[in-house]
Write a protein that binds this ligand. Sequence first.
Ligand code: THU
Length: 160
Amino acid sequence: MKEINITTTFKVFEDQTQLPENIQSLVQQAIEIRKKAYAPYSHFRVGAAIALDNGKIVLGSNQENAAYPSGLCAERVAIYQAGAIYPDAKIVTIAISAASDSNPTLTPIPPCGSCRQSIAEYEFKQDAPIEIYFMGESGEVYKSNSINNLLPLSFNSTSL
Ligand code: THU
């Protein structure tokens, strides 16, 4: 028997003003697109802004549905849009902001498990790490240098 210890690391920024300028802009775009989320059932709005290596920015917000499981998270709306429109571009950074309509969301909200799996697919495909910044509506921002911090031991195409 042996034991494997996996360490994951995040940088914590006190608030968005502490981020590098280009990241502040990406975070601001995630915040703005968050406000346009279609979230009539959960009243929980999420925005995602993706920076590609070709200089393009792709945005997404969560899109809910009366048949609840048919809805989709902001991160996947954005990442699938990026994959569809710019299939050859690499994803450099994803910024995520989440807020509830009913109470303040002041702690960083990490992407859900399905979104982590989707991000992992693209990181593996492009063979280059994806930086992920996530926050609530304001306050601290967490940064991960790769999806590996959020989804260690991921299932990917080499597992098949
Ligand atoms: N949601 C996201 O957009 N991203 C996540 O990573 C977690 C959850 C959305 C889905 C749903 O519309 C609402 O937040 C409540 O779960």
